[in-house]
Design a protein around this ligand. Structure first.
Ligand SMILES: C[S@@+](CC[C@H](N)C(=O)[O-])C[C@H]1O[C@@H](n2cnc3c(N)ncnc32)[C@H](O)[C@@H]1O
Length: 433
């Protein structure tokens, strides 16, 4: 059962106070060698990690910090004389420690719906690395998104510049009743650049060189692939053609207030305004008649392109999705920000082919293999490797997709990528998440 010292949903959210299940703490610490010096939890909550550390390494010097006085009191009661617990901001604690363990707050410190900016998980990774003695280790439970999303890329680069990553593990949803996929990160502060470069990262799917992980241009730490899957991603990536620079992305309308700006959002449907395509209207090769209308003038919304920009023929794709879902819009419709779009600047780009290819099982596979978060971003699409197919092969792929023959579409796309039998079987399965 999840224990909460911080009472009330709002307080818990504000403090990022979702306490770690005990079994998970023990499993995490089991990956660590005996620390040769003090061990700290910089956001210790009621002390579950420190208690497990005391059991695993009897006699070790233990220090805990938490900003919540109730949590501090609970940890003091739980640990008695085994640990020193203090109230304070753990992100400001300076070591040196031999080990920093714990489950730091996720996302606390962000205001309202601001998605970027200082995010506590990154602040605590920085604090952990900064407070470790050389050779010391951090063992942190983090949001799985921390390994992937652009907002944390700078923090991942800082980690990689100072530490050798020893283990990465996606754990899925570990907190009862909360959708918050977690990941375990174990890293050693490593001042020797050659040792960092030579580091091999353990993952549940086999070892992977740290240098290979860091070769990702966005420094995504992808620990979800086994060697066969990684080899297939590399094979697909070897295709040279990309959408980048050849299409113009069109961000869907951000109204700033959907309740006021749209009908059907808590207000009566009317014939006023203009139909606007939302993410759920988009299906492979088909856009349903828009279920919403924009009743606010386009000039008054928070963010939108000029009306003429939406008027172009374009591929529209869902934003919130675990893989691309795309269709061609030839009606010049507006799209809401749950459905973004791109138009072709390059006359050689056939929109029907591109939409068919985006919906194919191979693209679905490679997208899921590379991105755990259920989002389809412009940067994801720009980097997808297009197969080097002849114009006739591309027309055949588009035709199969327009006929609704997904099996033929998928086979033709696999042919274009020259996949062998094993690779076809792999692509036909969803990758593990
Ligand atoms: C996700 S809980 C984890 C608690 C504990 N480590 C566990 O796993 O059971 C995060 C904790 O961070 C604390 N916290 C939030 N901001 C903090 C800060 N700036 N410094 C120290 N602790 C903080 C919260 O009070 C909460 O106890």
């Amino acid at each position: 059962m999840t224990r909460h010292v911080a009472t009330g949903r709002e307080t818990r959210k504000a403090l990022g106070a979702y306490y770690t299940p005990p079994g998970l703490v023990q499993a995490a610490l089991a990956h660590l060698p005996w620390p040769r010096g003090p061990i700290a939890d910089l956001a210790c909550g009621d002390g579950a990690w420190l208690e497990a550390a005391a059991r695993r390494w009897p006699g070790a010097a233990l220090e805990g910090v938490d900003i919540d006085p109730e949590a501090v009191a609970a940890a003091q009661t739980r640990l008695g004389g085994l640990a020193t617990i203090q109230a304070g901001d753990g992100a400001r604690v300076r070591g040196p420690f031999a080990c920093v363990i714990g489950n730091p707050p996720w996302g606390a410190g962000r205001v309202g719906n601001v998605r970027r900016g200082i995010e506590s998980a990154s602040a605590f990774v920085d604090a952990a690395v900064g407070s470790l003695a050389p050779g010391g280790r951090l063992c942190l439970l983090l949001p799985a998104a921390w390994l992937e999303v652009a907002a944390h890329a700078a923090a991942r680069r800082r980690l990689a510049a100072a530490a050798a990553i020893e283990r990465l593990e996606h754990l899925g949803d570990v907190f009862a009743g909360v959708h918050a996929p977690a990941a375990l990160l174990i890293a050693r502060r490593e001042p020797d650049a050659a040792a960092r470069a030579a580091q091999v990262v353990e993952t549940p799917h086999g070892p992977v060189p740290q240098a290979q992980l860091l070769a990702d241009p966005d420094c995504v730490l992808n620990a979800r692939l086994d060697p066969t899957e990684r080899a297939l991603v590399d094979k697909l990536e070897a295709e040279r053609e990309r959408l980048a620079g050849r299409v113009r992305f069109i961000l869907g309308v951000v109204t700033g207030d959907n309740r006021r700006a749209l009908d059907g959002e808590g207000r009566e449907r009317t014939d006023a305004g203009e139909p606007i395509v939302t993410g759920t209207d988009v299906a492979p090769m088909r856009i349903a008649p828009p279920s919403r209308r924009l009743v606010m003038p386009l000039e008054h919304v928070q963010q939108a392109a000029a009306r003429a920009t939406y008027a172009r023929d374009k591929v529209v794709y869902r934003f919130v999705s675990s893989h691309p879902v795309a269709a061609v819009d030839r009606a010049g419709r507006l799209t809401l920000n749950s459905a973004n779009a791109f138009a072709a600047d390059d006359p050689e780009i056939d929109l029907d082919f591109v939409a068919a290819w985006l919906n194919s099982s191979t693209v679905r596979w490679v997208h899921r293999a590379r991105h755990a978060m259920p989002r389809v971003l412009r940067s994801h699409l720009e980097r997808l490797p297009l197969p080097s197919a002849t114009p006739a092969a591309r027309r055949a792929i588009a035709a199969a997709a327009l006929d609704g023959d997904a099996t033929r579409r998928d086979t033709l796309v696999m042919d274009a990528y020259r996949l062998d039998g094993d690779e076809r079987r792999l692509v036909s399965r969803w990758p593990r998440s």
